[in-house]
Design a protein around this ligand. Structure first.
Ligand code: M6R
Length: 611
């Protein structure tokens, strides 16, 4: 949520900052701004809307020569929390008569009190943001040492922040600090970058330092030194980014979402690599890090996540019950800590998050740890906060996911949850034969998903048929109920078609009243012991004039169905993955047909770092 990029080095800063913002735009895109050290002053530009608007304003404001000048700057792309997306509310925010500039991700929770105190001292605020209070605190504390001023200000704030700060009086210096909002420093040859996401710096360097909560770094072109909030020196090692620059490029696809949908065979291959043991019929997950005895003692499993990650957990709920005989429940992470959760040391809590930064999931992790539960992370972004706070867990290895709509992360989350269920099942009641059969099916996942992708044109043709509708329903039973929820979420977030996912049997208990002739109803009717029940539910919809689109196993009889999306024959738990891929493509092509901004839907941000 919101993106930060800072640059200090020998190259012109403006192109670096604008390119970095472009990479970060998926994190927030309602306004953008930058501040630069230009001789003995700070200059800034802000604009409402996308980064392209800021780039245009830059061209209109400064001549090409002027744009080449500044070598140090900070920039921000915003997802509004406090105050509408307007220029005054856009970052950077200033203090000390324009001598200090600040960009900020996160929320300063006590900003009202801080603002009142500052206003009482005569400060006149120019924005509605929480960030301006922090900028002004830094300005108040500044006595010639920017980091000392930042430290003094940060000691007064509650909340979450990732910040980058410039002073007019300290050329060539950026101060960067984090607490609860990620920040990474890229260490290049004679240049350094500060960013909220490595995607913004990968084009410059793969050498990075991840800041930890409480770290305050002083960054110059050739040196980074870090202290904690008490100004005590800290050593942080320089690591290597695990992906290449082209992983964050569209690579010829029209949208990142489409690219990421098509990357799924490879992403799944990476998620499964070295983790299957078909001979023993089990999975090898070193990251679970617990002895077989401890695993055997797990009494209950709680799966925590938000949005798509919660839906993955809902598939997991079925898998743990069915394969391992362990009672599992997927819970909305935002709700978890407010319901006095019943977790104890015999319980396994799995925090599922693509970004590893979702504030609600992180808060739930902290609550579960406090209650003594064993907490594992199921995270995609290496080094993210949830990955680090859980300390153990299993990475997805899906590669960077840029599109706001999560696709490959979902299928990899489900795949890894199935691996975990297999692993736990084999320590309990699951026979070697059944385990081996499932391991073989899981190993086929790249091929199963590839078969769905090969049918993209058919799926696009189905999408054409209902792209003009304003309402849709998605129905499934068992683990496919979660896929129905996920399919509906995909459709609504990128195409703005109102879509609801339900248990297939639930429709007749109320929502069926909404069906009118032609309403699209997507039913997940793959080959499984409950397929005929689902088809029965589909009939109930057809009888009311609905247009039934069924996800069905290749070869199954589709008589009476209006449109069919085919998936290959496979185990019903495994089938959740190719079925989800079919629904991703369906949503994508509906949104494309409707001309929607697919990678950056309105009002959304990729990583939701506020509660
Ligand atoms: O990064 P996380 O997996 O924790 O994110 C959770 C949700 O915000 C995310 O899945 C969201 O629902 C996606 N936009 C769905 O496509």
């Amino acid at each position: 949520m919101c993106g930060i990029i800072g640059y200090v080095g020998g190259a012109p800063a403006i192109p670096v900052l604008l390119a970095g913002l472009k990479r970060l735009e998926y994190r927030g895109y309602d306004s953008a701004g930058l501040a630069l050290q230009a001789g003995d002053r700070l200059v800034a530009l802000k604009s409402v809307g996308k980064v392209a608007g800021l780039a245009e304003k830059t061209r209109q404001t400064w001549t090409p020569e002027e744009q080449q000048g500044p070598r140090v700057g900070i920039a921000h792309t915003r997802w509004a929390t406090h105050g509408a997306p307007t220029e005054p509310n856009a970052h950077p925010h200033f203090a000390a008569g324009g001598g200090i500039a600040l960009v900020h991700n996160g929320i300063i929770e006590n900003y009202r009190a801080l603002r009142a105190r500052l206003e009482a001292k005569g400060h006149v605020f120019v924005s509605e943001t929480d960030t301006e209070a922090l900028a002004r605190l830094i300005g108040e504390a500044y006595q010639g040492d920017l980091r000392a001023a930042v430290l003094a200000a940060l000691r007064q704030v509650d909340g979450a922040y990732g910040i980058a700060v410039l002073s007019r009086d300290e050329p060539g210096v950026i101060i960067a600090a984090r607490k609860g909002s990620p920040l990474v420093i890229g260490v290049g040859e004679g240049e350094c970058l500060v960013a909220s996401d490595p995607a913004a710096i990968i084009a410059h360097t793969r050498r990075v330092i991840y800041l930890d909560d409480g770290d305050v770094a002083r960054v110059t072109a050739d040196h980074v030194d870090i202290v904690d909030l008490d100004a005590a020196r800290i050593d942080r090692s320089v690591g290597e980014l695990g992906f290449a620059a082209d992983a964050v490029e569209k690579g010829g696809y029209e949208h990142f979402m489409l690219k990421e949908i098509h990357e799924q065979p490879e992403a799944l291959r990476n998620a499964l690599r070295g983790r299957l043991d078909p001979r023993q019929g089990t999975a090898i997950l070193a990251g679970m890090g617990t002895s077989p005895r401890d695993l055997a003692e797990i009494r209950r499993i709680v799966l925590l996540g938000c949005g798509t990650s919660l839906h993955a957990g809902q598939v997991g709920e079925h898998a743990f019950g069915e394969l391992a005989g362990i009672s599992a429940s997927a819970q909305q992470a935002a709700e978890f800590r407010y319901r006095n959760p019943l977790v104890d040391p015999d319980d396994l809590v799995v925090a599922i998050s693509q970004s590893g930064e979702t504030a609600d999931t992180l808060a739930a992790v902290r609550e579960a740890r406090e209650k003594g539960a064993l907490v594992l992370g199921l995270v995609n972004v290496v080094g993210s906060t949830i990955a680090r706070e859980t300390g153990r867990g299993v990475y997805l290895h899906a590669g960077p996911e840029i599109s706001v709509a999560s696709t490959k992360a979902f299928t990899c989350q489900v795949a890894v949850l199935l691996l975990m269920a297999l692993r736990l099942g084999r320590g309990r009641r699951l026979s070697r034969e059944r385990g081996a059969a499932l391991a073989v099916e899981l190993a086929r996942l790249p091929e199963l998903v590839g078969a769905v992708l090969a049918r993209e044109a058919e799926i696009a043709a189905v999408a054409e048929r209902f792209a003009d509708q304003e309402h849709a329903f998605y129905l499934g039973r068992g683990p496919m109920q979660a896929v129905a929820l996920e399919g509906a979420l995909k459709l609504k977030e990128i195409s703005y078609v109102h879509a609801e996912g339900y248990h297939a049997a639930e429709l007749k208990h109320g929502p069926i009243a909404l069906l009118t002739p032609g309403t699209p109803v997507v039913v997940l009717a793959n080959r499984s012991p409950i397929r005929d029940k689902v088809l029965g539910n589909a009939e109930e919809c057809r009888a009311r004039g609905a247009c039934v689109i069924a996800v069905m196993t290749e070869g199954d009889d589709a008589a009476g169905i209006d449109a069919v999306l085919r998936i290959p024959d496979c185990d019903p738990l495994v089938a959740t993955i190719p079925a989800a891929v079919a629904l991703q493509l369906l949503a994508y092509h509906v949104a494309r047909r409707r001309g929607c901004p697919i990678d950056q839907p309105r009002n959304l941000a990729k990583s939701v770092t506020v509660e």
